[in-house]
Design a binder for this molecule. Sequence first.
Ligand SMILES: [Zn+2]
Length: 405
Amino acid sequence: MDEIIRHSGSRVPGPDPAAPVPRPHPGPANSPVASPRPRAPIAPIMNAQAKNFLLNLLNTPSPTGFEMPGQRVWAAYTRKHADSVDCDAYGNAWATLQGSSKKAPVVMLEAHADEIGFMIKYITPEGFLRLDRIGGSDYATARGRRLTLLGDNGPVTGLIGNTAIHIRDRGNGGEKAPEVHELYVDVGASKPEEVAALGLRVGHPAVYADAAETFGPHHLIGRALDNRLGGFIIAEVMVRLAARKKRPAATVHAVNAVQEEIGGNGAKMITHRLRPDVALCLDVTHATDTPGIEKAKHGATVLGGGPAVTHGTCNHPLVVQRLVETASRENLPLQHESSSRFSGTDTDKIFTIRDGIPSGLVSLPLRYMHSVVEMADFRDVEKVITLLTAFVESLRPGDDFRQRL
Ligand SMILES: [Zn+2]
């Protein structure tokens, strides 16, 4: 991590994930606090292999519909910690660890592999590119940013034009954010032929050029943390399960699904194929602990506050109950979120597949989602890995999450 992303002197590389997990609810000072189960120190998640894998995964452009470069990075790493790794027609990749008991439920841990981005919509006679967005790209922050365009001759750097403030029509002070069709990309060409010579045409995708980096002792910033961090986390769960002396009773599929950002298409395909008995979907959620966010509207989730579980809609009560019990047994702090209509994640697609898959959403708090400065806390990452690993290990032969009358 150091040579790629170390900041100037001020910031130290990489957090110490082995930092002891604070006990959640210490009782009054003199009350005999039940000592938590003696536990092996938390294995640091950031060994050299994991670090390189995380950076490689984050810095491999994989916009929706063009996920294969990232999927190959994910598969190459996960394959070392699973019985098999495979992908389907559209590139949904999954790693499988066979459980020791056929009677234990098959569990799917799902994250999405795709990131938001842009696509070339039109090339002007002067050689500028007009864009469409892929997924929920925040085009209000686009002007003046660098893009990596994924052309036929490899990546091409372009910049999103930003007319100088001195000569920009700012409409008597009430300047509004540009619409996506008002944005243009400059690749240094002066006519369409020069654009073509760069290997670019209408339809080629692009992502912001910003790379991931650590930010202080505990934080990670960059683009595409949503949801490549999820792909990293489910891979690390496989690493831990595979390293155990005893295999888990349950068979586990770690799934890195495609096309979440445009509607969860991949999750539908792969859930239909794998038909798990229980599914946990892992995605990022809004940390609402920064200025200007109304908690009455968006709830209260804090960065560094631990994993979040969600209640309602696609979140099966028995699955959520098992998550809450597991977190308490592992002394993990848990944040709670509400879902009254839909969760806005692949869980919405997974739980309705075939005759219904008992599902639950586990979320990693994230600030500034869908920007190039998405911010996550490594301590949350560690706790999510621990929670998912312990959930898989809690599954016993005969466990059944289907409701009973
Ligand atoms: Zn996401």
